[in-house]
Design a protein around this ligand. Structure first.
Ligand SMILES: *Cc1c(COP(=O)(O)O)cnc(C)c1O
Length: 384
């Protein structure tokens, strides 16, 4: 070993080799691959998090986020953390102890919302549907009438099941019942139509590594006027210092006060990923996701693989494909990874072993990826 750069000393006998990664094609439930422009932004030279140049970039990122979400909310920021951090921020800031919180649970992420809301002291009520199903407007209306929640939480795109919740009319109902509407858009933003303001959504969050095609570690959050009003009229402090938006908002707002050091280069990466979306145009991007997913669905059915979710609410960014009888789901996942460098994923909860989860998200929603995956799956099934 070179005497100038010892990698180990006498106490720590580990051999740390140079980073050497296989070129994976990430067709699972996230993360997704990203454009080389994003990789380049990530490795841009360092500047400070209060540098006037960085503050300009922050403003641009906020404007781009408002575009992809189709919202005018001034409070629209990237949270320093993954999608779960933004999810927790949404709950921590909009829920006070004793508040009735109603959650639509039709998959794993609805469960997580319930968990988080109960940690912050909410009186959690649930409406449930089976994994792969969605809620009707009537079902939501009845539940609002019965529970009179201060907040309704829904998952727009359930990554655990591949179902997309139709949003027509829900926001209006929430206003009638004086309930805030929280929407998880982690696997929908940048992949399928999302119209936050038109849908009257009061608080929403997303993640960077799904349809935005950016590395994981930064997570968009937006608070509408009614959510801000709730935050400002709280009787109790937000029970999370790091995610207290009344504090973080001062860094992203006019004051630019230090709260925590923003992950500067992650912000560069997100800004570039959003710029790529704006160049493509949202409508074109939604169309691309739908077209490629339809090709995937057809290709799967042609090789004898069924689809778990009804076409009426099937999610174009994440497909749950039924594992044929007698096939070992895990063995196929391993075969694709080892022979083709393709990552797809299994499932959990009631769908464990029954479906594969296949993501065509953002940068990865491409015709050539569909063809490659179908060909690889065909071979994997033969081997299995
Ligand atoms: C991935 C995901 C999350 C959590 O995001 P992380 O970046 O993994 O923390 C939340 N909700 C949904 C619907 C997701 O798919």
């Amino acid at each position: 070993m070179d005497h100038k750069s010892p990698l180990v000393d006498s106490k720590h006998r580990i051999c740390v080799s140079q980073l050497d990664l296989p070129p994976r094609l990430l067709l699972g439930p996230g993360p997704s691959n990203y454009d080389s422009r994003v990789r380049h932004a990530l490795s841009a030279n360092e500047i400070g998090h209060l540098d006037p140049k960085f503050i300009d970039l922050m403003n641009e990122t906020q404007e781009l986020l408002r575009y992809v979400w189709q919202t005018d909310n001034p409070f629209t920021i990237p949270v320093s953390g993954t999608g779960s951090a933004a999810m927790e921020a949404a709950i921590a800031n909009c829920v006070e102890p004793g508040d009735v919180v109603l959650v639509g649970v039709n998959g794993y992420f609805g469960e997580r919302l319930c968990d988080m809301a109960s940690i912050y002291g909410a009186d959690v009520r649930r409406i449930e549907k089976s994994w792969g199903d969605v809620f009707t407007l009537d079902e939501i209306g009845e539940a609002l009438e019965k529970h009179r929640p201060s907040l309704l939480g829904l998952i727009h795109a359930e990554t655990a099941t591949g179902a997309m919740q139709p949003m027509d009319g829900i926001g209006k109902l929430c206003r009638e019942f004086k309930s805030l509407l929280l929407l998880d858009t982690v696997t929908s933003l940048g992949g399928v139509p999302v119209f936050l303001d038109r849908w009257h959504v009061d608080v929403a969050y997303s993640g960077s590594q799904k349809c935005l095609s950016c590395p994981p570690g930064i997570a968009p959050l937006t608070l509408g006027p009614r959510a801000i009003e709730k935050l400002n009229s709280r009787k109790t402090k937000v029970a999370n210092w790091y995610l207290d938006m009344s504090l973080v908002g001062k860094y992203w707002g006019a004051e630019r006060t230090y709260h925590h050091t923003a992950p500067v280069n992650m912000n560069f990466a997100l800004r570039e990923a959003l710029r790529i979306i704006a160049e493509e145009g949202l409508e074109n991007r939604w169309e691309r996701h739908l077209t490629n997913s339809k090709a995937l669905w057809e290709g799967l059915e042609e090789i004898g693989i069924g689809l778990h979710v009804d076409e009426d609410w099937r999610l174009p960014t994440l497909t749950t494909a039924l594992v044929p009888d007698g096939v070992d789901a895990k063995a196929v996942i391993g075969y694709l990874l080892n022979n083709f460098n393709i990552e797809i994923s299994g499932a959990f909860g009631p769908l464990a072993g029954k479906v594969w989860r296949i993501g065509l998200m953002g940068h990865n929603s491409r015709h050539e990826n569909v063809l490659l995956l179908i060909a690889a799956l065909k071979e994997a099934l033969k081997a299995a």
